[in-house]
Design a protein around this ligand. Sequence first.
Ligand SMILES: [Zn+2]
Length: 347
Amino acid sequence: MTTFDAREWVYFSSGNANILLKYVGNSDPNLTKKLLRLKRVGNKNCDERIKSDLLKDYFLHSKCIELSSKFLLDLNHKLIKTNPELAVPASTNGEILLISIFARNHGILMPNLLNEVNNTVHLGNHLKVHYGDSELVLEMKPKWLYNLKTRNCRNCCLSKYRGKQIINCPLDLLCENKIPNWSKRIVQKLRDSEHSINYINSLELILTEFFMKNKIIGYLFMLQNRYYDSSRESYNRRILNLKSADEVPIELIESQTLRDVTLFLNIHSLSRNNYDIVKDTVDKPKTLISINNDSFFEVDCKLIDLDLKTSLKFEYWKETELKLIESGLYTSDKYGLVGCNRIVDII
Ligand SMILES: [Zn+2]
């Protein structure tokens, strides 16, 4: 069992399923630049993760560790004070309401992909750019990459339905000719934000080159659609006919999990010398980019949020799909929906 000291960990971020804590101590140098991920009470995701030979190089090197009850209790106590919004009543014991944050006595220790950055620009739904002096990180969820049969895609329809701004449609990343504009819109949006960001002049070309050279979007497209002949229609037939969680096939759980992974691109510059040294040996998740043979960059691509979804979510998936169908957004030419990309040629 690992003995950590709750005083050395602080809140970093949280989602519906997990809380991330950042190590700020100095008693264990191995923990520097590390995050500890703990499951939240109410988290229904499984402990099992997506397994995939195609994607395994993009997974973070993480380690599951057993934690002491004292550490978790101390941390729980600390977070209830610093982040009371995270606490949920876990159970009742007579008159006493127990407040708890964590659901398990083990956690995942993983590298902090945002260690070198300290500013964040929220560009839109599931799209952020983080930056610091020496690194820029693009964080995005490439959700619902599929062969479009309707006018508008599910990503754009759901964003519109929820009143979110659409900056970019992920389906553009499936077509080589559309990737440059996808990158251009990100850079334009960053310029509008008036943040002073390193590499901004090169970013459009870096992103374009990355998505043309690296296969990650193609892999996700294949895996998200492996069991459903790539169309929303067959997804609809399966999902709308489900009557209970027991009927949810594992293939659907895997597809839904892969439609919600988060992708990080960590971008930093290289000297010409370093570029020349590593250019022939660089491995799959990393892509090297040379711009006009004058500036050089390394892009490291990683995927997180790979815990399998629970079959209990089927009712939510069904409801969302029904709402979107009834809204008429899939076929609408109103509300700024201009029709999404139907060409898939990056595979
Ligand atoms: Zn779209």
